[in-house]
Design a protein around this ligand. Structure first.
Ligand code: IMP
Ligand code: MG
Length: 323
């Protein structure tokens, strides 16, 4: 049975850590959307931290890795990222993955208007839509470098070479509120964040942070709370930018759940709320409500979103199953 991990907010929900936790039950770790705009933080089996941008969490955990059609790669930074991990994972890469060129990055650095990560994302996906993009298949030099690497590498067409009896955990990048179709357009990324593989994916794990953070322009349109940013260390993994932080908006979360339809939901970084001075609050109908302390907040979340069944209290710690 294959699974997918999807962010229910604006990215940075802690998907890397959640995937790493669940990956022990899977053979493959697969990325299918976005590119180096993502930043997934994963601790490997020795407790060493890895900040991944192209690779899914399984790359740090010795899983088989597939980079599937729908995602985009910057050939230069990708190779550096793999070298940092000593190419310790078998790698399958779709011939249809699109490549980010220096021109894409240049154009994006001049600003695509909404506070992007400046990794060339809007421009590489534009070229894909204009049918003039460059794919892995079109760049022999890039493929040669990967093929010569110490990792066992394959380039595939169609579906990843997952064998009968093997299972895959797909790791979404960004979050549903940044989805080009379902997010807060135009304050979105340039790809879908929903899986481009639906094949036998029978388990959808949604990930939400106990509060909201956002980098770049656009919603949530609620006042920024400095204390959340400081206590939660909310600075972008990819760009180092301070994340705008605010309380959970119940209506936005209900919308996100209605799109993603998770079978189970993990709530991350509850421990941050425990370290705040005042009560925990939420927005509902654009009004602010106080929920109280952490225990009341957990009960509130369980009542409001019955799909929640995992709480993760410590940024490095295990996930705690509550029901
Ligand atoms: P782009 O994907 O670099 O074009 O950025 C578009 C918007 O999505 C900006 O608001 C970015 O800050 C945001 N964004 C893109 N990728 C991520 C991510 O992985 N985590 C958080 N925000 C992201
Ligand atoms: Mg991130």
């Amino acid at each position: 049975m294959n699974g997918v991990v999807i962010g229910l907010q604006y990215g940075d929900e802690g998907k890397g850590r959640v995937s790493a936790y669940f990956l022990k039950d899977y053979d493959w770790s697969v990325r299918f959307n976005g590119g180096p705009n993502a930043g997934h933080t994963v601790y490997d089996n020795e407790g060493v931290v890895h900040k991944l941008h192209h690779l899914p969490g399984g790359a740090a955990l010795g899983k088989k890795v597939a980079l599937h059609a729908g995602m985009v790669i910057n050939p230069d930074t990708f190779i550096i990222e793999c070298e940092k991990l000593n190419w310790r994972f078998p790698l399958a890469i779709s011939k249809d993955v699109h490549l980010i060129t220096p021109e894409h990055v240049d154009s994006d650095s001049k600003g695509s208007g909404i506070g992007s990560t400046k990794r060339g994302i809007a421009y590489v996906y534009s070229d894909r839509a204009l049918r003039k993009g460059q794919r892995v298949e079109d760049n022999a030099e890039f493929w040669k470098k990967i093929a010569a690497s110490p990792a066992h590498t394959t380039c595939y067409s169609g579906m990843p070479p997952i064998e009968q009896g093997e299972t895959a955990l797909l790791e979404g990048a960004q979050g549903i509120m940044l989805d080009v179709d379902y997010g807060d357009y135009p304050y979105v990324t340039s790809s879908s964040v929903m899986p481009s593989i639906a094949h036998k994916v029978t388990r959808t794990i949604g990930v939400m942070k106990a509060y909201v953070s956002r980098v770049g322009d656009g919603p949530p349109n609620h006042p920024d709370i400095e204390e959340l940013r400081v206590v939660g260390s909310e600075y972008g993994t990819t760009t180092g930018r301070p994340r705008q932080c605010t309380w959970l908006d119940v209506d936005t979360m209900a919308y996100a759940m209605s799109i993603v339809q998770p079978d189970e939901v993990v709530v991350t970084k509850l421990d941050v709320l425990n370290d705040l001075d005042g009560p925990i609050c939420v927005y509902r109908n654009n009004e602010l409500f106080s929920v109280g302390g952490l225990d009341s907040y957990k009960s509130f979340l369980l009542e409001t979103f019955p799909k929640i069944n995992w709480f993760s209290e410590s940024p490095k710690g295990d996930l705690i199953k509550v029901r």
